[in-house]
Design a protein around this ligand. Structure first.
Ligand code: GAP
Length: 578
């Protein structure tokens, strides 16, 4: 019986533990205003999940011994296995199980012109404002509107020191608050400008309604909004000059576009076909938060699926099949499909994939972006959102990008990105559907989804609470644990080690002989290991020949145990994990 699991999150007091900005960071925690966001106050459940992640070695703070670095995370032994499983599953489903998608593994640093062509140099930014007093930085769209009386000052003088400042400044105070509080803030501002004992000049008061020009924390005026580019800059080569500036890629997608022609040539694919890639991406996020959800270094799994423009489909088949409400949930690609149906197809494929690794449809939300929310390149975008304990938030975006990217690279590089379609006898720049998922966000979703507290009997049959990570066996970090019933019986230990060697070529195995068997089960429950194999005296044949070379196989979730022949173990377990 589940007492607490992610599906029934408790959201009590604000948990700052996992939102705390570490030192060495320009970012500060702010309100999360993402659409469909539930109560941003996170609670007990997330605190427990974060603590388990550290205790069991899923996720550690990067550079922890130096106080950490905000927005960067390290994956421990279990987390590393979980991430590998996610990436391998994705790669297999995208490429090895399909005829129409091939892979790419491109460099992280690429020619800087790529980011000009893609629009990242000019548009990949957030508008930021700084507090003129504390220098604290806010995202302009996240400043809460303030109402009150604004006090304006034209400058200040310090007669004794014969100094003056002509910098204008203003402070907003709530209605009814004395002007003295505004003057106090203003004096601090001029003191920072070298006036030890400032006398304020040109004071004027004005009522202000719903203004976002003031710092809600102290009333100080903010700077004008300025764009802050999210790309992380570096220099290529020994000289740190403007000519050598390059960027750590903010997405893996652009490498696919710029290698489109090379891959097309060598893979002998025909449109419609796709190129996919898994790899690191970097964004200098202003506000990394919600544990690993918004990080500055993360991994993406992206597919660019190239399709015929609708005009070509029309020419070839005489009509273009478009989206209708009566579309069945499983779609089979057809030559007459236009971009809308390909888009819907990939949304459905991706949801089915999430289901296959244990994220049920009821944990996901299919969010169709409104026109005004679309990125500059997108005709339509569907976000697949997951119901995290801290709110319903994006796991993956599936965008219909038209021919924007290939056309841009054609323009900026001067190299043709056109494709000659033998069947349609037409030359065109293919259009693109892009399912783009984050590995780290998915790992976090799977961890949240798996977390459960229930009750299990201890050695003496007394019920005690247990934490169990109910990962789908396909993505569980360790698939099977092998235990000799007792550590001090050499025959049991020898046999258990033989069983470990039997399983090892086929599955990720963990061998544990330390402590009481119940404790060992609990440890594996917390690690999310779906199966446990115990070697006991029956295995050795001490209870008669019928049970010789049989083991108990324990199911993590039901805690039921069955007796299985050693010879059946590998086929039985591999079947359960397929
Ligand atoms: N090529 C399209 C693209 O990059 P995006 O919506 O910016 O689109 C795609 O990113 C996915 O990458 C997101 O759905 C998310 O899973 C992941 N992602 C983006 N920014 C992230 C961040 N700061 N931390 C962790 N994952 C992130």
């Amino acid at each position: 019986m589940a007492l607490l699991c992610h599906k029934t999150p408790s959201q009590s007091k604000e948990n700052l533990l996992w939102n705390n900005p570490a030192r060495l960071d320009i970012g500060t925690p702010m309100q999360n205003t993402s659409r469909l966001m539930a109560d941003p106050k996170t609670g007990e459940l997330m605190e427990k999940i974060v603590s388990l992640c550290k205790r069991r070695g899923f996720i550690f703070q990067s550079s922890e011994v130096y106080g950490g670095l905000n927005g960067f995370w390290d994956y421990g032994p279990l987390g590393a296995e979980l991430k590998r499983n996610i990436k391998e599953r994705w790669w297999r489903s995208m490429t090895q199980l399909r005829d129409d998608v091939v892979g790419l593994d491109a460099s992280i640093i690429m020619h800087p012109r790529i980011w000009e062509a893609s629009g990242h140099t000019s548009t990949f930014s957030d508008l930021m404002v700084d507090c003129l007093l504390t220098k604290k930085r806010f995202r302009a769209d996240q400043v809460d509107p303030q109402t009150g009386t604004a006090y304006f000052f034209t400058g200040a003088t310090d007669a004794a020191a014969a100094k003056e400042s002509r910098d204008p400044f203003s402070v907003l105070v709530p209605r009814g608050k004395p002007p003295e509080s505004a003057r106090k803030i203003a004096k601090q501002f001029y003191q920072q400008r070298g006036l030890e004992n400032p006398s304020l000049l040109g004071e004027r008061a004005e009522p202000v309604e719903n203004s976002t020009r003031y710092n809600p924390e102290n009333g100080s005026l903010l700077t004008e909004p300025r764009p802050f580019n999210l790309m992380l800059k570096t220099y290529v080569g020994p000289v740190e000059s403007a000519d050598n500036v390059s960027y750590l890629r903010p997405e893996t997608a652009q490498a696919i576009f710029v290698q489109f022609k090379n891959v097309l040539e060598v893979s002998r694919q025909r449109v419609p076909f796709g190129i996919c890639q898994v790899g690191k991406a970097f964004r200098n996020e202003i506000n990394p938060r919600n544990f690993t959800f918004r990080s500055r270094e993360f991994e993406q799994m992206e597919l660019e699926f190239f399709i015929r423009p609708d005009e070509v489909v029309q020419k070839l088949t005489g009509s273009v099949a478009a989206l209708s409400d009566s579309q069945p949930p499983t779609l089979d690609p057809q030559p007459g499909w236009g971009w809308e149906l390909w888009h819907k197809y990939w949304v459905e494929q991706r949801i089915q994939w999430y289901e296959s690794i244990g994220l049920g449809r009821d944990t996901l939300v299919e969010y169709w972006q409104k026109k005004e929310e679309l990125a500059h390149y997108a005709k339509a975008t569907v976000d697949i959102l997951y119901k995290f304990p801290f709110g319903t938030q994006e796991l993956e975006g599936i965008a219909a990008r038209g021919d924007f990217d290939l056309t841009q690279h054609q323009k900026f590089s001067g190299k043709s990105m056109e494709y000659f379609d033998e069947e349609a006898k037409a030359k065109y720049v293919p259009h693109v559907i892009e399912p783009s998922a984050g590995v780290d966000r998915l790992a976090l979703a799977l961890i949240c989804n798996a977390y459960c507290e229930d009750e299990a009997p201890d050695e003496k049959g007394k019920m005690e609470s247990r934490v169990v990570m109910k990962f789908h066996p396909r993505i569980a970090p360790i698939k099977v644990a092998v235990f000799p019933l007792l550590k001090n019986k050499p025959e049991l230990v020898k046999k258990a080690r033989e069983v470990r060697e039997l399983l090892r070529p086929h599955l990720t195995v963990f061998y544990d002989e330390a402590g009481a068997i119940g404790r060992r089960y609990r440890r594996q429950d917390e690690a999310g290991t779906p199966f446990g194999v115990t070697i006991d005296f029956e295995t050795l044949g001490e209870q008669g020949p019928a049970l010789k070379d049989t083991v108990t196989l324990r199911d993590r979730d039901s805690m039921k145990q069955e007796r299985v022949k050693l010879g059946d173990l590998v086929p039985l377990l591999t079947e359960k994990l397929r």
